[in-house]
Ligand binder design. Structure first.
Ligand code: PEP
Length: 252
């Protein structure tokens, strides 16, 4: 099955509203005429409506970096799926390793967040990945197994159609270290087979699996050539529109 490639930029906690608006405008200009791959930018919450407005008509999508699983209520400081949808966003990143590491997010939270994302009409990008110690201890597959099966627990396959998975080895995020192409294909193939085992081949073959971890203009092509890599989740290199667009252009 052919899967539409997706290059997503995670701006993390960078850029004020004005800076985000300018960068989005620049990106829209640079991406004029590009229809493939699909592009998505995930700015900080306050910048979502500003970026969505700047990208209007460009075809570039916006996404949030997190959500809270309840739709509304007394949850000070949280932001819900319907609120994110209302800004014009269509994606939401869920379970990023920084959320797991600094905000104690577990697979149980991830599971609830994925359900509320779909209910709000948002496409979740579920992040998974092992730490350096886990890889050294040869626990990569068992870690991914748990993250996928618990993150997607109690879903029927028709409820998670369109789900995007991002494999981000924690040791490659923001470190300049990229996993080798052999390591990436091995994991992506494994994750697709896990999804097939849980939800069947149809869902597995339609699910986009992105790679994330120090993706740059000069390493994107070799990653995108891999059979089970359907795009990238880019952190640092997405902050500069010129650099990010080179990643988009270099996918081959
Ligand atoms: C990320 O934050 O999802 C990421 C992959 O970061 P970087 O590209 O900076 O490694």
């Amino acid at each position: 099955m052919s899967r539409k490639q997706l290059i997503a930029g995670n701006w993390k906690m960078f850029k004020t509203g004005a800076e985000a608006g300018q960068a989005a405008q620049k990106l829209a200009d640079l991406a004029a005429g590009i229809r493939e791959p699909e592009i998505m930018i995930a700015p900080a919450f306050p910048s979502l409506p500003i970026v969505a407005k700047a990208l209007e008509g460009s075809g570039i999508k916006t996404g949030a970096q997190n959500l809270f699983h309840e739709n509304e209520g007394a949850y000070t400081g949280e932001v819900s799926g319907p609120m994110i949808r209302d800004t014009g966003a269509s994606y939401v990143i869920i379970g990023h390793s920084e959320r797991r590491q600094y905000f104690m997010e577990t697979d149980v939270h991830v599971n609830k967040k994925i359900r509320s994302a779909f209910q709000a009409g948002l496409t979740p990008v579920m992040c998974i990945g092992e730490s350096e110690t886990e890889r050294d201890e040869k626990k990569t597959f068992s870690v991914l197994d748990k993250q996928v099966s618990n993150g997607l627990k109690d879903f029927r396959s028709d409820e998670i159609e369109g789900l995007v998975v991002a494999y981000e080895p924690v040791w490659a995020i923001g470190t300049g270290k990229t996993a080798t192409t052999d390591q990436v294909q091995e994991v992506h193939g494994y994750v697709r087979s896990l999804i097939a085992g849980l939800f069947g081949n149809f869902l597995a073959s339609g699910t986009r699996i992105l790679y994330g971890g120090s993706v740059k203009p000069d390493n994107i092509r070799s990653l995108m050539e891999l059979k089970d890599v359907d795009g990238a989740l880019v952190g640092g290199a997405s902050l500069d529109p010129e650099k990010f667009i080179k990643i988009v252009q270099n996918i081959g």
